[in-house]
Design a protein around this ligand. Structure first.
Ligand code: ADP
Ligand code: MG
Length: 254
């Protein structure tokens, strides 16, 4: 049984009188518990796709189905989007219906994520990496069936980003939500996913659906990821244009 069935025929944006096609013929399904990475260059429609899957955008032609009974959704946006007037504990509790057990759950998760000493801190007092960790805690506190992540670790230094990826993988391994993880970083996708869906440059559609059977744990800089990255670069140079971590020397983000 698929956790997610996506069949987006067309997504148009209107710019004044002009129409702009952001997605076209974007179809795929995701089995329950899979860690699926969606990889594509900047502007190909990744954020648009997540907004549609989350139900935030309903102005599109096509359908998105989620498995019956699966109702809890977690989301991590491109920026942490914490409430500046709420402390860490309150920001995470925000995702839960108020109850005494909810309070305990939020604190337990925050401690597990090494945020126990920062429960009363405000977002402005946190580093970028800590803010992202809080955003991750907020997405997980509901015990989601489906987790949508939109380039959650971009613009962090490499060790912080890697630490957060390991934290995400540990949470996923334990609770096994279905994950749709969006990125434009080839190494990140290859180091995280059970599968990588390569989107074409806009309007986005699936250009390559690649199952990954590399053993875990993997490192984005490890030999297995590096060998696959090189092979993909030889086989699909056009597809990889515009992605980060494509060339070994020019690491600039798209
Ligand atoms: P990505 O997340 O892959 O970088 P987006 O989904 O943000 O891409 O955007 C896809 C395309 O749609 C881009 O060309 C972007 O400029 C355009 N776009 C996104 N949001 C809007 C909007 N609200 N109105 C008009 N165009 C938009
Ligand atoms: Mg985006």
């Amino acid at each position: 049984m698929s956790a997610l069935e996506i069949a987006i025929r067309r997504k148009l944006y209107h710019r004044g009188d002009a129409e702009f096609e952001a997605l076209s013929g974007l179809d795929f399904t995701v089995p329950a518990g899979q860690f699926a990475c969606v990889l594509g260059p900047s502007g190909c429609g990744k954020t648009t796709l997540l907004a549609i899957v989350a139900g935030l955008d309903q102005a599109y032609d096509g359908s998105v189905r989620r498995a019956a009974g699966e109702s809890r959704l977690g989301m991590v946006f491109q920026t942490p989007r914490l409430m500046p007037w709420l402390n860490v504990r309150e920001n995470v509790r925000l995702a839960l219906a108020p109850s005494p057990s909810a309070e305990g759950r939020a604190e337990e998760l925050l401690r597990e994520m090494q945020l126990g000493t920062l429960l009363d801190a405000y977002p402005r007092q946190l580093s970028g990496g800590q803010q992202r960790r809080v955003a991750l805690a907020r997405a997980f506190v509901n015990d989601p069936d489906l987790l949508l992540l939109d380039e959650p670790f971009q613009a962090l230094d490499a060790p912080t980003a890697q630490h957060l990826r390991e934290l995400l993988l540990a949470l996923w391994a334990r609770r096994r939500p279905t994950i749709l993880f969006v990125t434009h970083d080839l190494r990140e996708a290859l180091s995280l996913g059970d599968r990588v869906l390569f989107l074409s440059a806009g309007p986005g559609r699936v250009a390559l659906d690649l199952p990954l059977d590399l053993p875990r744990p993997r490192s984005p800089d490890g030999a297995a990821v590096e060998a696959l990255r090189k092979r993909l670069l030889e086989s699909y140079p056009d597809l990889l244009r515009g992605l980060a971590a494509v060339s070994a020397t020019a690491e600039s983000a798209a």
